[in-house]
Design a protein around this ligand. Sequence first.
Ligand SMILES: C[S@@+](CC[C@H](N)C(=O)[O-])C[C@H]1O[C@@H](n2cnc3c(N)ncnc32)[C@H](O)[C@@H]1O
Length: 277
Amino acid sequence: MMTYRDAYRKASQFLREKATLDPDFSARYLLAHVTGSELNTLPLLWEKGLSSAQKHFFFHLVNKRGRGIPLAYLVGYTDFYGKRFTVRPGVLIPRPDTEHILYAVQEFQQDFSHILDIGTGTGILAISLGFLFPHAIIEACDISWKAIRLARFNARKLKKNIRFHWCDFLKRPPSGKYDLIVSNPPYISPQESSLIEPSVLRHEPEHALFGGKDGLLFYRAIAHYSLDHLSFDGKIVVEVDHKWEKIRDIFTEYSLKCQIRYDYQNLPRVLIAERKA
Ligand SMILES: C[S@@+](CC[C@H](N)C(=O)[O-])C[C@H]1O[C@@H](n2cnc3c(N)ncnc32)[C@H](O)[C@@H]1O
């Protein structure tokens, strides 16, 4: 009989040999998933035995992890802002950093009534905003049908009524007027691709990562879009990175007043833009 401890040791050793990122965490995470245990109580079950089916399934996943496949694609979900979202290959895996968009929105202490999420992916922002503003009309768009289908699935699962549209925001953006526009757009430039974790480049969709020659293409489009589609007292809240000053300059050119918010590592993470009073 193989105990949880033996399985964990064997898997973490294998993943270390394969130079997998976070080999010990990956082994524990997959073991917890396969055995239906809580991650933090797993060591209490160390002496328990795996059934033959659990053992096969566990090492099947560990092998895939050894090939660099992200954990969220292997288990099929990730948690975001207190809710569990289904994740599938072909759609970007939500990152905890993106929750800072929601913290920034909550700072306004304003009740938004018409919200747009640009590049919704799994639907995390639109759906989480549905919990924060249950009476708002929330629209979300994405150029990927896979993303739209998955976002609709997540919204149904979490019982939120969101209007998802397929659209190329750069060519035919939604025609409404909004008092809150949020986005975590693709913002990596080709020159920055060497800084990105190879497994992200290999396994996550390219169209979700790259934002034109300088990574700023979507910020320019959102700033321009705000001219006709942001209501008088509306707010734009977007995820940014170290290029945030350039992004601020883009929004400032459109007479928007900007503020920056930092993440837990004290890195610039969210830009808020609103009309100057
Ligand atoms: C960085 S991902 C963000 C996904 C999700 N909002 C999140 O934070 O996990 C960017 C998203 O923008 C979408 N996208 C890329 N180009 C687009 C375009 N031209 N129009 C609309 N959506 C686009 C991608 O398919 C992807 O889902």
